[in-house]
Design a binder for this molecule. Sequence first.
Ligand code: NAG
Ligand code: NAG
Ligand code: ZN
Length: 307
Amino acid sequence: MHLLLLSAFICSFFKINEGADWCYQSQDPCASHCKGPDLWKDTENAASCAGTSQSPINIVTKRTRLDERLTPFKFRGYETVFHSLIENNGHTVKVDVSTDATISGGNLTSVYKAVQFHLHWGEKGGPGSEHTVDGEQYPMELHIVHMKQKYSSLGEALKDKTGVAVLGFFYEKSSENKNYEPIINALKEVKQASTNKSVDNLFLNALIPPPTSLTNYFRYQGSLTTPGCTESVIWTVFEHPILLSRDQLEAFSDLKFKNGKSMVGTFRPVQPLNGRLVYRSSGNTLLASVMLLTVSISAAIGLSRPN
Ligand SMILES: *[C@@H]1O[C@H](CO)[C@@H](O)[C@H](O)[C@H]1NC(C)=O
Ligand SMILES: *[C@@H]1O[C@H](CO)[C@@H](O)[C@H](O)[C@H]1NC(C)=O
Ligand SMILES: [Zn+2]
């Protein structure tokens, strides 16, 4: 106990991690000589990490505001099969989207094209999503990163307050999801940091819930969840989770960080809202079920419409 306190003190006092790379809390920043989430703001070009519109956030559903403009998305090219590289970049596993796939609708003011997707997860299927809903942390979260079609790089898009649109999806433990086989199989080939492997037969629709389950979502203005934490992201977080088996979720914990330790706990802690509003789309079944319940209760106690 005393030793632990002492080493934490020495670590912060002598700034042993000066100039170090950023890392997650799970990587034991002090012992690993890297900068944990509290110090991301001190890493290169990451002053925004101390900003006031940061992501992820905890979504308090009863404080969300219904907005009828949050209509269903139009997905184009999400059904197109493509080949790409899956890469362990030392922080996550990432796949570049090498096909023309776009989203529009959902109150977005222009068409956004998919650039890459990556994931955030816990330890062996334990809590690991970045966003939480009413305090609940899901085992994993998928981020499909899009930028306005007119830009040719993410760097360029991040200079525009609404240049980037990320779609976030939660995962839930269920039965095996065959659509994830190409990715889960490729994980074995990219266990070490800074390695990559080609993957075939990918298409974005296979990775996300069916369109009818995508009408319920939350919307807010936030940031990238890794340094530089740029505040240029329109966030859409879908209510309906993607289903994977326990084994499939656990497969991500076999990946390694740069120092060879298990790549787990790859999520940033939730950030303060600082007065931001979180909106919800009108297709929200959570509220629909509350209303149904109200109707059936009032019927049961004889408060239904007199006839
Ligand atoms: C919908 O778009 C309009 C115009 O860009 C914007 O003012 C409004 O805040 C958006 N609503 C939501 C819920 O994002
Ligand atoms: C993928 O890995 C190979 C080595 O296996 C390397 O030469 C190449 O630069 C890597 N590509 C990317 C995009 O990281
Ligand atoms: Zn992410």
